[in-house]
Ligand binder design. Sequence first.
Ligand code: HEC
Ligand code: HEC
Length: 267
Amino acid sequence: MKLSLSPLQSGGLLAAVLLLSLSLRSSAQIAGGTPPPANPTALAWDADMKEYHAKLGDPKAEVFFLVTNTSPAEVVVNSVHTSCGCTTAHLPPMPWKLAPGADGRIDVSIDLTGKTGLIIKTVTVASTAGAKELQIRVFIPDPQVARMENMQLAQGDRQAVFKDSCVRCHVTPGVNKRGAELFHAVCGVCHEAVHRASMVPDLHHLNHPTSADHWRIWITSGKPDSLMPAFSQSMGGPLTDEQIESLVDYLVKANPSMDANGTPASH
Ligand code: HEC
Ligand code: HEC
């Protein structure tokens, strides 16, 4: 038998299929409980996108989003999905019910380890009002560029390391410290850096004799027209005389004087 459908017949078949699928769908909804119709405008967010300008060395970026249920019905947040394992969202336990008029907050934390430049992360919030994508743009300075800029600043003013944004890494770590601890906090930054700049000498392998006076003079006054700053408070530095003496004691013991060949003169 040959099966051929006239346009009228095929239209009727299509209608029947549509009807069938519609009735299937509505019976499935009845079985699962009819969800309220999604109202995409029910949740009002304070922003769809937040920016974070990280400082060099920031371990993470932290932003938050505020949300208000502006609808007359309860909205239930069922799930939150972040775009990578490095991004975590903190919010009340789910299902999170927002009564009409209620406010809420989602805190987002992004791990910045090993990242530079611009990174874009998303948090998708699924609720009875529908799905909402929130975006976070983080700007992370390139350490090499930042280092060049810092060095240029210090070339113009060797005391720059003790000012403004430099304080965080070059002064604060040494506050109230003495001796070895103080050395590692404020001297080691430059002198023991893994990628030590070529003009910064290795204090463990100096090729000339040293003495308590040698260390004291260098720490107190540094050297004009170099990147070695003057640390004493009398010269605008951060260290008290007592802190400087604790460094001198430490350095005399830790770095015994070298002879002209770079070998320890006395042991
Ligand atoms: C986030 C911490 C941090 C901040 C902020 C910072 N520095 Fe540094 N600085 C370092 C570290 C770490 C080194 C050791 C070299 C390296 O690993 O980059 C260093 C080294 C230096 C050096 C030695 C030359 C070199 O590149 O090794 C100079 C000069 C310097 N910093 C100046 C500055 C100035 C000026 C500022 C402020 C404008 C500043 N730094 C802000 C961490 C910091
Ligand atoms: C901002 C980076 C930086 C910091 C911080 C720093 N230094 Fe220096 N230091 C230098 C540079 C650069 C030189 C080389 C100066 C030159 O001769 O051009 C130097 C030179 C020296 C020298 C002379 C070495 C020699 O030839 O005998 C001594 C000693 C010294 N520093 C000790 C210290 C001590 C101690 C501290 C901590 C209190 C310290 N430095 C902190 C950058 C730094």
